[in-house]
Design a protein around this ligand. Structure first.
Ligand code: IDP
Ligand code: MG
Length: 155
């Protein structure tokens, strides 16, 4: 009998297995001096930073990163927003890192994000929601490769 979880294409997390995920501190987060705050929360959770850079991203990089949203009405705004200033890109590692980070970040729309999450504590509108975290393993792998070369990741 086929495992129903695997049948749906969801890769189950295995105990003790480390995951890597991409976190972006978006330009509003950098402008508002929330870099330390975000890193503090990740480290307090015992997540390990295995890649870290500050860059002003090109449109092309952001368009590749958000390719899944290319047809959305907000795509132009989204690319303008992400290229409006410096971004901090972090490669973060830990057991269950992908899901743990998504929960720490909170709902996409900060108005719906729970207090205690990064968006729930520091943002109010969907146009500027401070941070990005990869949604699942496939996107984490794809996004880490977009923002980091292999040599830029340690351990
Ligand atoms: P996520 O960042 O929580 O994964 P997505 O749905 O993947 O959310 O959307 C990517 C990003 O696009 C959001 O974080 C936000 O910056 C932006 N975005 C999403 N929906 C809207 C919208 O309706 N208006 C403006 N920007 C949006
Ligand atoms: Mg997303």
């Amino acid at each position: 009998m086929c495992n129903p979880i695997e049948a749906e294409g969801i890769i189950p997390h295995r105990m003790g297995e480390k995951e890597r995920t991409l976190v972006l501190i978006k330009p509003d987060g950098v402008r508002r001096k929330l870099v330390g705050e975000v890193i503090k929360r990740l480290e307090a959770r015992e997540l390990t930073i295995v890649g870290l850079k500050l860059l002003h991203p090109e449109r092309e990089l952001v368009e590749t990163h958000y390719a899944e949203h290319r047809e959305k009405p907000f795509f132009g705004h989204l690319v303008n927003y992400l290229t409006s200033g410096a971004v901090v890109a972090l490669a973060v590692e830990g057991e269950n890192a992908i899901q743990a980070v998504r929960i720490m970040i909170g709902a996409t729309n900060p108005a719906e994000a729970a207090a205690g999450t990064i968006r729930g504590d520091f943002a109010l509108t969907i146009e500027e929601n401070i941070v990005h975290g990869s949604a699942d393993r496939a996107s984490a792998e794809k996004e880490l490769a977009i923002w980091f070369s292999d040599e830029e990741l340690i351990y």
